[in-house]
Design a protein around this ligand. Structure first.
Ligand SMILES: Nc1ncnc2c1ncn2[C@@H]1O[C@H](COP(=O)(O)OP(=O)(O)O)[C@@H](O)[C@H]1O
Ligand SMILES: [Mg+2]
Length: 361
């Protein structure tokens, strides 16, 4: 998957760093001068996969510049040949929601609790599509029906809190589709949902991608989901691309040690292991095979869990907390991260990003 000018979106040598005060910069994407590069061709689903903190969201948010003001971006982000890093606010606003739409992890933080679903759906339809009120209302009803909301006419008058998590995410997808975007950026759209609803949303996204002939930049830490939905995979770690290629090749013959570790750490349906392998175990085993660490049974996480870690008193599998197994599929960061020094900064960033989540507003 090389970068080329015909791709719908082409990210070239992207580096993102955050100004942290007192002249300090925190590199988030493209660390060590190794910028991130990949393409999203037309009518293709590209999955950005990697452990928490690998730079997936920052990369995706860079496209429409939904990052906080202290972010500095370098490189090129070509949208149909136009460099978005050089684009002004007016140009970006014309793209946001219309040509490039976003769906985020937590629908409740993206939907406005004081407006009905109908009012929120009609807003982009009137603003970007120029529809009159009655037309927008009819189109909104059709969109709700398309994303599988029962009794769409009645639901237009509902407030977000009157809907389930899965329905809220369907509403977000309907809003994203409202202006027939060419690219949908879906940042962990199913992570906040339970497993059954996850599957429905993934199937919905796959169906809509075909029907609307759009491209999808699908961000996930879950390789199982990626295998189902993606055409191309970009594996990221520590702000760098480790490997990229067609999904079949990445799953069948991964080349990078980290990709191999990610695949090896997927939970198996066969057998009942004492605990799941984590990335560190697999990387250590591979190093052993090449003369480094000996290839023995999986090690326990090197870092002992602090007493307040809710996972510390649980099974060895569960005790692999974010420090040790943040890349293992389906693991959630452990609560120790709440106490980490960067938590306040990240919290502030999430808050500012939540405000930017409705860019058409
Ligand atoms: N506003 C910010 N200020 C400083 N660092 C940030 C900010 N936002 C994100 N980061 C850092 O950028 C890195 C990548 O974050 P992110 O893209 O959210 O990861 P993920 O792959 O989980 O989506 C992380 O190390 C994170 O701490
Ligand atoms: Mg993220």
């Amino acid at each position: 998957m090389t970068t080329d000018m015909t791709a719908l979106l082409s990210i070239q040598d992207l580096q993102v760093a955050f100004r942290m005060g007192r002249g300090q910069m925190a590199e988030a994407v493209g660390r060590g001068g190794q910028g991130v590069s990949f393409d999203v061709p037309e009518n293709t689903t590209v999955a950005l996969v990697g452990e928490s903190g690998s730079g997936k969201s920052v990369t995706a948010m860079s496209v429409l510049n939904l990052l906080p003001d202290n972010a500095e971006r370098r490189g090129r982000i070509l949208w149909r040949g136009q460099d978005l890093l050089q684009a002004g606010l007016r140009d970006l606003q014309a793209l946001r929601g219309k040509e490039i739409a976003c769906v985020f992890q937590d629908p409740m933080s993206s939907l406005n609790p004081v407006f009905t679903v109908g009012q929120q759906l009609c807003e982009p339809l009137r603003k970007h599509m120029g529809l009159a009120k009655a037309q927008a209302w009819t189109r909104a009803e059709a969109l709700l029906a398309e994303v599988g909301i029962p009794e769409p006419r009645r639901r237009l008058a509902s407030y977000p809190h009157e809907m389930s998590g899965g329905q809220q995410q369907r509403v977000m997808i309907a809003m994203a589709l409202a202006c027939e975007p060419k690219l949908l950026i879906a940042d962990e759209p199913t992570t906040a949902l339970d497993v059954t609803i996850q599957r429905q949303i993934i199937e919905l996204l796959a169906k809509l991608k075909q029907q609307h002939r759009m491209s999808v930049l699908f961000i996930s830490h879950d390789l199982g989901l990626v295998g189902e939905i993606a055409d191309q995979v970009v594996v990221m770690r520590h702000g760098q691309v480790r490997e990229q290629g067609p999904v079949a090749r990445i799953f069948a013959a991964p080349e990078d040690a980290y990709t191999k570790a990610l695949l090896a750490c997927r939970p198996s349906l066969e057998g009942n292991p004492r605990r799941l392998m984590v990335i560190d175990d697999h990387m250590a085993a591979q190093a052993g095979a090449t003369g480094g660490r000996p290839t023995t049974a999986p090690r326990r996480p090197r870092t002992p869990m602090p007493p307040w870690c809710w996972r510390s008193s649980r099974s060895p599998r569960a005790s692999g907390c974010a420090r040790a197994c943040s890349a293992s599929v389906n693991s959630r960061p452990c609560r120790t991260s709440i106490f980490s020094s960067g938590a306040a900064t990240r919290w502030a960033w999430w808050a500012s990003r939540a405000r930017a989540r409705r860019p058409w507003a």
